[in-house]
Design a binder for this molecule. Sequence first.
Ligand code: HEC
Length: 327
Amino acid sequence: MSGSWRLLLVLALFAASVPYWPLQPQQPVAEQDTSPWGANYFPNVPLLTQDGEKVHFFTDLISNKVVAINFIFTGCSDSCPVETARLRQVQKILGDRVGKDIFLYSISIDPYNDTPATLKRYAEKFAIGPGWTLLTGEAADIEQLRRSLGLYIEGLENGRSRDHNLSLIIGNQATGRWMKVSPFENPYILADRLGNSLHNWKQASAMTHDYAQAPAVRTPSSGEQLFRTRCSSCHTLGNAEPGQRAIGPDLLGVTRQREASWLARWLKEPDRMLADQDPLAMLLYEQYNRLAMPNLRLGDTDIRALIDYMEEETARLQTPLAAKGNQ
Ligand code: HEC
């Protein structure tokens, strides 16, 4: 293979690995409001916020703004809480820029059941802060929105499964730069895209935290990787920041506090344990705001790796923990 072919191949592979896809047709990033996706493209449908306020999608929510939009429903027990928890981490990293120059929206795809009051309770459960609005509206309008954002999966929608497109779309309406990202993306990378690249790096210094504060790059064990990607949006492991309440309990010491078989089953099927009214599961559920831990569909190998990792961290941090009086 000649050198230039090899270069092309490398470039093609690189392009294929970039985890976002600008909407079609692809447009160069423009500074001014030259976006091809303006008022003519996005439906200006009316929606209701969790406070019952009526807003219009284009004019009130996205026009000239940097935004992150996802679709959820409050009755969803597995994927949505994971997405919501991840977005909450992003919100924390971005700090008070959320609500000022970055706006987060979660729109219900189950508007019959998700009234503003239901959404408000959901926002309270997750301690969703200002600058992040939950919305509901007419079913047909919301479907139209999902289509315009490229987040509607044909054929998946009528089934009883209520499976929905697990994506987050982030963009800058004025520049027309939109990208689909996985809600399971590292929260620092998501925050960096919202806070820096979508703002064309204009306000890079205004980030309260920056990517440099993301954990150092080394090769973590598979248990640690799983913990970071699947658990850390809801749980700390001896690293809670003072005054910050996570969604779920801190897990340092849990491998010693709980029976091994209880712990392994909990990681495998927390939903079943709640349904079976396991006393400890019920107690934790009440303690943690009646927000059920989702079934993350972990396999036995993953569960073992996670338990090993939680135990290793507990052993590593045991001395300072004992000195603190086992908080
Ligand atoms: C969307 C949030 C969320 C995610 C993601 C999540 N959990 Fe949980 N977890 C909770 C909540 C909330 C509780 C408290 C019990 C309840 O309300 O169901 C909990 C409880 C637990 C408990 C029981 C704690 C105790 O004191 O016995 C363990 C262990 C646990 N989670 C481990 C994990 C692990 C490991 C992962 C990742 C594979 C994970 N969780 C992912 C929310 C979450």
